[in-house]
Design a protein around this ligand. Structure first.
Ligand code: UD1
Ligand code: CA
Length: 491
């Protein structure tokens, strides 16, 4: 077949050389048993739009558990320790590539399929990358995010141990409609895969379906692929046809029957996406309750990333979202309406209602909220307190510092035990650049103080209510006014 494929954005060395090693006794080169040591490559088909998603976004870019579908698949593939992961991209190729690279970096390489002419054509796109490689090729789909590494490992093991040229992962379904069927002879021996649209009445009754996950001897696959023709109902190049072709050449085709249909099922619609989201979330909550000892007041209204870690006896109220790689310590209380994303909380932290914490760090025994916003590496050291309607951006509150009401702290360092009065603002932006505010230890910032950065307030100083501080305040001084002037020395 000739394919409408544009070649290769990244060429990684995927040529699997048979491993040779020197026999120290007689100096001969021996070639190792290659079926045992053959390297693995993974191919991920992800060129399609996914029409049934009714979206302008490529299906594999839709998110599950906070990560694109393609990210789930390549991460699982990575855990098999392959030589390379070749992703077939087409629709929104650039974004799909970005998502895969963000997950597995240079392990991924990409081939472009400009027109979707079937799964066989998608595979054909990877020919130049893989054809001469003496390796195994595991072929999976980018829209099958629940697939477990263990299942793929079992398929590969089965493939290796049987010496097959092609091994197909199958599963039996109550309702096999739409899938390719596994057709076996009267002895139960595999014959071929027939697609729903090409199947006879009789064949459609078969409940055993092709999951679309295969392990191939790479060379046998690409040899067989040359003989695939689009002679079917859909006029497509079917990858499934290679199984029968390989069988005809006298090589072995194995079918490995899996029992968990859900794990193998791809996502086709938003309804299915939501179902899986629910499943992932329920699993995460269950694991945290049973293994980590976390209390959920209402497990069905907790939105917890599968990557999150939460410590013993922490209590999570309803409608809390914990996203990304968040780590929360023991004995914390997270009240309703809170969202915490990619952040780290120590022990005994209370986060009151409707607070948003992103990319930030909160040490033990701190209190945050209600209605607080911490972002861009806000850091609260032990016993620091941030109260209602306080925004903390890229700032550090040292041990025991407090900002209780209606305050903006941006690009600031707040010293130990310092108290920030209500309505205080660090004026950190001059329209072009951001500037730093440093407030030293044991300072009392009066209500409604404007700190025009860059500016420093020395230890134990006090600013009067409504001060506009435009220049550095020495230690032990009381300043007030607009602009603020030293009114008296405190020591
Ligand atoms: C395929 C199998 C079918 C199997 C089913 C399992 C074939 C001919 N049929 O059918 O036996 O039961 O998967 O889900 O292989 N893709 C591309 N480029 C293409 C075509 C597809 O990248 O040209 C990608 C799609 O984006 C999708 C995946 O491959 O992620 C599967 O393609 P799809 O057209 O959905 O295959 P099915 O018809 O479901
Ligand atoms: Ca499909």
């Amino acid at each position: 077949m000739n394919s409408l494929c544009v070649s290769v954005s990244l060429w990684l060395s995927v040529q699997g050389q048979p491993q040779r090693h020197r026999d120290t006794e007689d100096g001969d080169f021996l070639t190792k048993n290659t079926t045992q040591t053959k390297p693995l490559n993974v191919l991920v088909m992800a060129a399609g739009l996914g029409t049934r998603m009714k979206s302008k976004r490529a299906k594999v870019l839709h998110e599950l558990g906070g990560r694109p579908l393609i990210a789930h698949v390549v991460r699982t593939a990575q855990s098999l320790d392959p030589q390379s992961i070749v992703v077939v991209v087409g629709y929104q190729a650039e974004e799909v590539e970005k998502a895969a690279l963000a997950e597995v970096g240079a392990l991924a390489s990409f081939v472009h399929q400009t027109e979707q002419r079937g799964t066989g054509d998608a595979m054909e796109c990877a020919r130049s990358l893989l054809e001469n490689s003496d390796s195994l090729l595991l072929s999976i789909y980018g829209d099958t995010p629940m697939i477990r590494a263990e299942t793929m490992r079992k398929l590969i093991e089965h493939h290796r141990s049987t010496g097959a040229a092609c091994s197909i992962l199958s599963v039996r379904l109550e309702n096999p409609t739409g899938y390719g069927r596994i057709i076996r002879d009267e002895h139960g021996q595999f014959q071929r895969i027939v697609e729903q649209k090409d199947a006879t009445e009789e064949e459609r009754k078969v409940r055993e379906i092709n999951s679309g996950i295969y392990c191939f001897e790479t060379k046998d696959l690409f040899d067989a692929l040359k003989r695939v023709e689009p002679k079917n109902e859909q006029g497509e190049y079917y990858l499934t046809d290679v199984a029968e072709i390989i069988l005809q050449t006298g090589r072995k085709v194995e079918v490995f029957v899996h029992t968990d249909a859900r794990e193998l099922s791809g996502i086709n619609t938003r309804a299915e996406l939501a179902e899986f989201e629910n499943l992932i979330r329920r699993n995460a909550v269950r694991r945290l309750m049973l293994e980590a000892g976390v209390t959920f007041i209402d497990p069905s209204h907790a939105y917890i990333s599968p990557e999150a870690e939460i410590g013993r006896d922490t209590v999570i109220y309803p409608n809390v979202a914990i996203e990304g790689n968040t780590v929360i310590g023991e004995n914390c209380v997270i009240r309703s309406g809170v969202r915490i994303s990619n952040s780290k909380l120590g022990d005994n932290v209370t986060v009151k209602d409707h607070s948003l914490i992103v990319d930030s760090e909160i040490a033990s025994n701190c209190s945050v909220g209600p209605f607080a916003h911490l972002r861009m590496n806000a850091v609260l050291e032990e016993k620091a307190t941030v109260g209602n309607f306080v925004e903390v951006k890229k700032s550090r509150l040292k041990r025991g510092a407090k900002a209780m009401h209606l305050t903006y702290l941006g690009d600031a360092t707040i010293g130990e035990r310092t108290n920030i009065g209500a309505g205080t603002v660090t004026c950190n932006y001059d329209g072009t650049h951001k500037h730093e505010t440093i407030i030293e230890d044991d300072v009392k910032i009066g209500s409604d103080t404007m700190l025009v950065a860059p500016v420093r307030v020395g230890s134990r100083s006090v600013t009067g209510a409504g001060s506009v501080v435009t220049k550095d305040v020495p230690p032990d001084s009381l300043v007030a006014g607009v602009p603020a002037e030293v009114k008296k020395k405190l020591r």
